[in-house]
Write a protein that binds this ligand. Structure first.
Ligand SMILES: Cc1cc2nc3c(=O)[nH]c(=O)nc-3n(C[C@H](O)[C@H](O)[C@H](O)COP(=O)(O)OP(=O)(O)OC[C@H]3O[C@@H](n4cnc5c(N)ncnc54)[C@H](O)[C@@H]3O)c2cc1C
Length: 452
């Protein structure tokens, strides 16, 4: 980019344009899982800023990254030599209709701040498990959070969104307005426009009962089997994650963690639902307690400075004996990868498979394997580490969940989007972003006619 064109951009932006020689550049150039050196970061203040930045990237044919919370594992919310639209200032939480619990949330807000702001209204949105994760990235991928079995995916609570398209137009999308686009942004990632805000139907949520139970890792297979059996009997109010944690050196030894969140005010019902999970095996420690929903979210733990996450994930139709044995044998012991198993079902499965671009309803569990590669590993080495960590599960799992993918390979994109879903997305992409301006993502290539 020429210096005079950057000056021209700066003159038309109400927010800030952070350049490599700006004192704030180092604070905003990188994201959670990747270091970047973009030519400019537009910290947008207005929707006009977003349109201007999109037009600028188009005109100058530079890579355009879009950032909400910067916690995307692919690291594509930064780049080298291109432009970044940073939505951190679009972080409002506004009650639109108290009777209908309709709330508008800025794409750049962090879920921890949203949970805190909604708590004062007795409301909550089932989002992720981490405070710093952004509303934009998590929602566009689907969103699997602490009340997933009770209220479904985050997109299942979405009523509308405001976005700026590739040609700079501001659209309000919902089931009534631009329904094709509304379908696509519920699972299709950042392919279709820059979303500036989301309108959610929030859930009434006073307090939850939740926390972590820690077990001896020696008995992994029996514990996982008992957990799967107990989850099959559990009410939908209870969501849970089973973690085969392989440890980080002597300070953080291998252990098994069962995280639980009961979404409901009835403490007796919560205790009854949780009781079987205190009897899965010998409990080493537990911190279950009644608390506000926002206190269930945890702070993100950054990878050690020398490493980056190269995770993969996939769904299990059922937690079969074979899947349980595979998980217990290959994960969670010193020197082996970590595996996180999230129970699904409940409200997730009451939404039809075609209703949104998230195409993996009807699975009992999501398994996430966050492996680690040296920060300076080549993309090829990182892929090898990722594949080796996932390999034992590959024959048993189906599909993939966009939100925990660290790569944007064709194979991963094909796992996220079955062919019919991809074809529908590609058709919508051709309508709204025919030149593929939004390509710094798990990319859907525009295809003018739907290919079934
Ligand atoms: C510690 C940690 C915990 C997590 N826990 C969960 C969890 O419990 N549940 C879950 O579902 N996911 C979880 N995730 C995954 C997370 O949802 C995704 O990584 C998500 O992309 C992060 O959103 P972000 O806005 O912070 O990311 P960003 O890096 O800002 O964005 C990621 C990508 O999304 C697109 N994008 C972002 N914002 C916009 C926008 N406004 N308009 C258009 N495109 C946009 C861009 O392509 C961008 O590259 C977790 C991730 C981490 C690192």
């Amino acid at each position: 980019m020429q210096p005079q064109s950057i000056t021209e951009l700066t003159n038309h932006i109400a927010g800030d344009v952070v350049l490599p020689d700006s004192s704030s550049y180092d604070a905003v150039r990188n994201v959670f899982n990747r270091a970047g050196s973009p030519a400019a970061i537009v910290r947008a203040q207005t929707t006009d800023d977003v349109s201007t930045a999109i037009r600028f990237a188009r005109e100058h044919q530079v890579a355009l990254s879009v950032r909400s919370g910067g916690h995307g594992l692919s690291g594509l919310a930064t780049n080298n030599g291109g432009l970044v639209i940073d939505l951190a200032r679009f972080n409002g939480v506004e009650i639109l209709d108290p009777a209908r619990h309709l709330v508008r949330v800025g794409a750049g807000a962090h879920w921890g701040d949203v949970a805190l702001a909604l708590a004062s209204h007795g409301l909550a949105i089932s989002s992720g498990d981490t405070r710093q994760v952004g509303v934009g990235g998590l929602t566009l991928g689907g969103g699997i959070g602490w009340m997933v079995r009770k209220y479904g995916l985050t997109i299942d609570s979405l009523e509308a969104a405001d976005l700026i398209t590739a040609d700079g137009r501001a659209l309000h999308v919902s089931a009534q307005e631009h329904p094709d686009l509304f379908w696509a942004i519920r699972g299709g990632g950042g392919n279709f426009g820059v979303v500036t805000s989301f309108d959610f139907h929030a859930q009434p949520s006073g307090e939850i009962v939740g926390g972590t139970v820690i077990y001896d890792p020696a008995d992994a297979e029996n514990l996982l089997s008992a957990w799967a059996g107990s989850m099959r009997e559990a009410p939908e109010e209870l969501s849970s994650t089973f973690v085969l944690f392989s440890g980080f050196g002597p300070q953080a030894p291998a252990q098994i963690m069962v995280l639980l969140c009961y979404a409901g005010d009835d403490e007796a019902a919560a205790n009854a639902a949780i009781k079987p999970f205190l009897q899965l095996g010998a409990v080493q420690k537990q911190d279950l307690q009644r608390k506000p929903y926002h206190a269930m979210l945890e702070d993100a733990v950054s990878p050690p400075p020398t490493l980056r996450v190269v995770g993969h994930d996939g769904f299990l139709k059922t937690l079969s004996a074979e899947a349980i044995a595979t998980l217990a044998t290959n994960y969670g012991q010193a020197g082996k990868p970590i595996a996180q198993i999230r129970a699904l079902g409940g409200a997730v499965d009451r939404v039809s498979q075609e209703a949104t671009a998230f195409a993996h309803r009807g699975n009992e569990a999501l398994v996430i394997v966050p492996a680690f590669a040296p920060k300076d590993a080549s993309d090829e080495q990182a892929q090898q580490i990722r594949q080796a960590a996932w390999q034992p599960l590959a024959p048993l799992a189906n599909g993939a969940f966009l939100n925990f993918l660290s790569d944007a390979s064709e194979a991963s994109i094909a796992a996220v989007y079955p062919s019919a879903t991809y074809a529908r997305l590609a058709h919508i992409k051709a309508t709204y972003d025919p030149d593929n301006i939004f390509n710094q993502n798990q990319n859907i290539k525009p295809a003018p006619t739907a290919q079934e």
